[in-house]
Structures are given as structure tokens and as C-alpha cells.
Write a new protein. Structure first.
Length: 341
């Protein structure tokens, strides 16, 4: 699918193609992997029925991508009317790094807006935009009927308060938001730190899949060589050195990333664990049963379940994991005091 070869060494039986298609759905990579189904020789092409369904789903992904592109233009116009400035984070921006952006499956639109949290919320609400699910770093905004929009006050966060303070300083010093442009997109240096922090948090909380790894593959290939050492230094200061080395193993093993693009030497032991987790958990942990709530689950039971999930990584990332319960409690208290619950 990524163009490194144009055939399989052995002709895959129909059952293997169906298995691959199912995995692609679990990993939100249906559109990207569709490229392979059309690149292989005729003798290795999937069955007609499966290929038809695959093409239809890929076309639908392309239509959703076009809708998102239109929504970004509409968001730019909205921010212009409200006198706000921001940048597009994650999916919609990262898709532009792909050879075929329209094949990358879109989720919601993440918009980082500059300014004070309360002032931003008030500005949107005064404009008639419903704001809900407000937490420390983001809230949801009812702007479009067919696409969820998350307004970010901070691009991401960490449990460890000292690491989080360093992360927020990095965002402030390297912000892509400009006063002379309504909406921008982050550069590769910003994404190299932001996407790693985003993956790290989601890996601890609920899981990540191969789509996030593929995103980071393209971020690394677009990163200026002069920025690799400063980025790695920042990631180490944030306590993500081991996780970064594991990600290097994952992107090199699965996507064939050349050594010249790596941020650090791969950690094969922990990288193998991360790769297995990414395959088994699916996109954002959709297949991880530890993330499933049950009917009638109390707030206390949910708190325990989520902390148990995070603490399964205590031996690997103690500097971050140990702060998880304190971060959750402080978040709950803050939301209660602010009237967001």
C-alpha cells in the first residue's frame, strides 16, 4: 500500500484478503490499504465482491475527507468573524502528508484556538455555538451536524504536572498560530512532539493503533534533519524517551522507515510490545476489552477501571503513570468547581 513493493511473495488465499480487510477496518486503514488491492498483479487481486466493498468504503472515506476540507474553510470564516485565531491539529492536517490525503480516514476536527479558556467559550456561546463536555485541554462545539469539532485550549496534556508544564511551554514557544492568518497547520517539528505526546497519553489511557503509527511515519519523513536532535531532547525531557524508542521500532518494522529518519535508536524489546498492542488494540483501543464500560457502572467503578488500565504500564513508564489518579481527581474537582459537571 505504501509503494515499497508491488506484489506478495505468495498468492494470498481469499480468506487472507478477508482477514486483512477486517484488520484494516479495526485499524481505520481501509482507504490507505485499498491502494495495495489495486497495485498487486491480477493473480493476487482480492475477490470481486470483497474488492467492490473495499472500493465503496474507500470512496466514502474520500467523500468524508472532502466534507472535512469544506468544514475547515467554514471554520476559518467563523473564526474570522469572531476575531479568533487557531490551527488544525491531528487528522485533517496530518492527512496532507499522505500521498493520497483523501484515503486517510477522518474522525473529528481538532481546532486549537489561541486565548483564555473562559473567553473562548464565551465568544463561541455568544455566537450561538453550543459548547459542552468541557475539560482541561478541550471542549466539544456543536458547529456542524455531520462532523464533531473539538476546540482545544491546549493541544495535549500529560499526567505528570512537571512534564505537563514543560509540554505547555513547548507549545507556547513553538505555536503555529499567527495573528495575521486565521487558521494555520503545524509544521513537522511541532507535530513530532505533539503527536508523540498525543500517542503516549492515548496509549496509557485506552490504546493506539496502526493509523497513529502511520501518521508518525509521515511526520518523521517530513521532519527537517536539523530538528531531529532538538525534538528528541524535548521528548526525553518530557519523560517519553523509552516510548519514542519503542515507536521508532514500530514504524521501522511495519513501514520500513530508513535509519536516517529515526529520532533515536529503536528499542526492539519494548517496541515489539508496543507493536503487538497496536495490532491487538485497534484504532484508539477499540478492541481492548479493558476500555469497555458495563451497564450501571458507577463513577467510582469507572475511575478504578481507568486507573487499573493506566497502571498496567507502571513498570514501563512510572514517571507518568504514578500521577494518573491525582490528575484524574484534580480534573474532577476542577470541573465540579467550574460547573462543568
Amino acid at each position: 500500500a505504501m509503494g515499497r513493493t508491488s506484489f506478495f511473495q505468495k498468492d494470498p488465499p481469499p480468506g487472507d484478503w478477508q482477514h486483512l480487510f477486517n484488520k484494516a477496518r479495526q485499524q481505520s486503514l481501509v482507504g490507505v490499504l485499498n491502494e495495495a488491492a489495486h497495485r498487486v498483479p491480477e493473480s493476487q487481486v482480492p475477490g470481486e465482491e470483497l474488492l467492490k466493498e473495499w472500493d465503496e468504503r474507500t470512496a466514502k472515506i474520500g467523500r468524508i475527507y472532502n466534507v472535512h476540507e469544506q468544514h475547515v474553510a467554514e471554520l476559518e470564516a467563523l473564526l474570522g468573524r469572531l476575531g479568533l485565531h487557531g490551527c488544525i491539529l491531528k487528522g485533517t492536517g496530518l492527512a496532507h502528508l499522505y500521498p493520497h490525503p483523501e484515503r486517510r480516514m477522518c474522525g473529528d476536527i481538532d481546532l486549537w484556538v489561541a486565548g483564555n479558556r473562559d473567553a473562548i467559550i464565551k465568544t463561541f456561546e455568544d455566537a450561538g455555538v453550543p459548547i459542552y463536555d468541557i475539560i482541561y485541554q478541550e471542549c466539544k462545539a456543536g458547529i456542524f451536524l455531520d462532523t464533531e469539532v473539538e476546540i482545544h485550549f491546549h493541544p495535549s496534556k500529560m499526567y505528570n504536572p512537571f512534564s505537563n508544564a514543560r509540554l505547555q511551554r513547548f507549545f507556547e514557544r513553538n505555536t503555529p498560530i499567527r495573528n495575521d492568518v486565521t487558521i494555520t497547520f503545524p509544521d513537522a517539528k511541532f507535530n513530532a512532539v505533539f503527536c508523540m505526546a498525543h500517542m503516549f497519553r492515548h496509549y496509557l489511557e485506552g490504546g493506539i493503533g496502526m493509523r497513529q503509527m502511520m501518521d508518525y511515519y509521515y511526520v518523521l519523513r517530513s521532519l527537517d534533519p536539523a530538528d531531529r536532535k532538538p525534538v528528541m531532547k524535548t521528548l526525553k525531557r518530557l519523560g517519553m524517551g523509552r516510548f519514542t524508542a519503542s515507536v521508532m521500532t514500530c514504524v521501522q518494522y511495519n513501514f520500513g522507515l530508513e535509519d536516517e529518519y529515526l529520532l533515536c535508536p529503536p528499542d526492539k524489546k519494548h517496541g515489539a510490545r508496543l507493536t503487538n498492542d497496536a495490532f491487538n488494540m485497534g484504532n484508539f483501543g477499540v478492541m481492548d476489552k479493558r476500555n469497555y464500560s458495563h451497564e450501571g457502572e458507577t463513577s467510582w467503578a469507572k475511575f478504578r477501571r481507568k486507573n487499573h488500565r493506566v497502571f498496567s504500564n507502571l513498570r514501563y513508564y512510572p514517571r507518568e503513570v504514578i500521577w494518573s489518579p491525582f490528575a484524574r481527581v484534580s480534573q474532577f474537582v476542577w470541573r465540579k468547581l467550574k460547573g462543568y459537571l
